[in-house]
Design a protein around this ligand. Structure first.
Ligand code: C5P
Length: 354
């Protein structure tokens, strides 16, 4: 089992889950705004590449710091900066490092699809459809990690997706007639960019599959070996570089391009999106290590309720019956999933049938 470290006296596992919930709520809004609020869009391929470069560099520094700390705690006096670097090099380019190339490629595809989806769908619709990744993640966890999910737990996952759907559909509906986070970003004046819902829908469905598969793959490699999380993150970023650079080269193949041409239109909102993604990626890795991908799904569902609730206080968004039903469904599903095996409500009925 995984160790359970604390941060400021609180269990890291729960701090990471809550932080991920807040980050997720913020990312969808910043990313959508960054894409639809301008006639001259920035390059998503460059954003994906910047994300990997920054995330990889941060992980590299943390991995090096951890090696030095471990050397000091083992009182290895001969250890110099140089030998820490060589230990790090050996760990990164270990025999099994190639295994990270698969989730790396999948994540680059997913991060690109996310840009396509969020540029073509309202924030709320994107968030509902993206919740389907709860089900794909559960299915991949069963198939690849041998996780056992009882009939009652499957039912709670279904409730979870349903509850988020109810909250979101009513939020979308209400936001058309009132001032809210949703309306501020879905209203006509900001939609300088023309959206194509079919493209958006296809991209989000494909992203649900890559999210589930990549997350579970990464979890398997992380938990089946002793390699440090931050070394795994560096490997992930290194293998992401090729698939992230290729589309950039492809799109600029016909015209000579300077670095500053590449950064055309890459303004504050684009950088905000990249930084929110970097932060999200690092927190996701911590959540996968100390918890798992399925719990990650619960955290992001709660994020949707949190952001709707915030709009009640910030924008006078009215609390309606569907909102109460949807939120309660999510909360009950969360509680139900976390009951000990066999003790879940309805378990006798559902497990009896399955
Ligand atoms: O939607 P989902 O939760 O699957 O998104 C995960 C995100 O976290 C992706 O953007 C991926 O690039 C990032 N990630 C990461 N490092 C990991 C695992 C995921 O940066 N170790």
């Amino acid at each position: 089992s995984q160790p359970n470290p604390t941060i400021f006296g609180l269990p890291l596992k729960y701090v990471a889950l809550v932080t991920l919930a807040v980050q997720n709520a913020a990312l969808s809004i910043v990313m959508h705004y960054s894409r639809v609020s301008t006639v001259r869009p920035y390059s998503p391929a460059l954003a994906v590449l910047m994300n990997e470069l920054i995330k990889g560099s941060i992980s590299l520094v943390i991995a090096l710091w951890r090696i030095q700390k471990s050397n000091q705690s083992h009182h290895r006096p001969l250890t110099t900066q140089c030998s820490s670097l060589s230990i790090l090099y050996t760990e990164i380019f270990s025999k099994d490092c190639w295994k990270l190339s698969i989730p790396a490629l999948l994540y680059v595809i997913q991060n690109t699809l996310q840009f396509v989806a969020i540029s073509n769908l309202p924030v709320a619709s994107f968030q509902v459809m993206y919740q389907m990744k709860i089900l794909t993640t559960a299915a991949f966890s069963v198939a690849m990690l041998g996780k056992r999910i009882s009939g009652a737990k499957w039912l709670s996952l279904l409730f979870l997706a349903l509850g988020v759907g109810i909250v979101q559909i009513q939020t979308t509906y209400m936001s058309r007639s009132s001032t809210s986070v949703g309306s501020a970003h879905d209203s006509a004046p900001l939609h300088i960019h023309r959206m194509n819902p079919v493209t958006g829908f296809s991209a989000v469905i494909a992203a649900c599959f890559t999210s589930g598969l990549a997350g579970v793959y990464f979890e398997r490699e992380l938990k089946n070996s002793k390699t440090d999380l931050w070394v795994r993150n560096v490997q992930l970023s290194i293998f992401s570089l090729v698939p992230a650079i290729l589309p950039l080269m492809w799109s600029h193949a016909s015209s000579p391009t300077t670095i500053s041409d590449l950064f055309d239109n890459f303004g504050a909102w684009a950088w905000g999106t990249v930084l929110a993604q970097v932060f999200g990626g690092l927190i996701t890795a911590i959540v996968i290590k100390y918890s798992d991908n399925i719990m990650k799904g619960f955290a992001t569902s709660l994020a949707i309720i949190l952001s709707s609730l915030a709009s009640v206080f910030l924008f006078d968004f009215p609390i309606t019956l569907p909102f109460l039903i949807g939120s309660s469904t999510v909360l009950v599903a969360t509680w139900m999933y976390n009951q000990p095996p066999g003790k879940e409500p309805l378990s006798i009925v559902v497990n009896g049938i399955s």
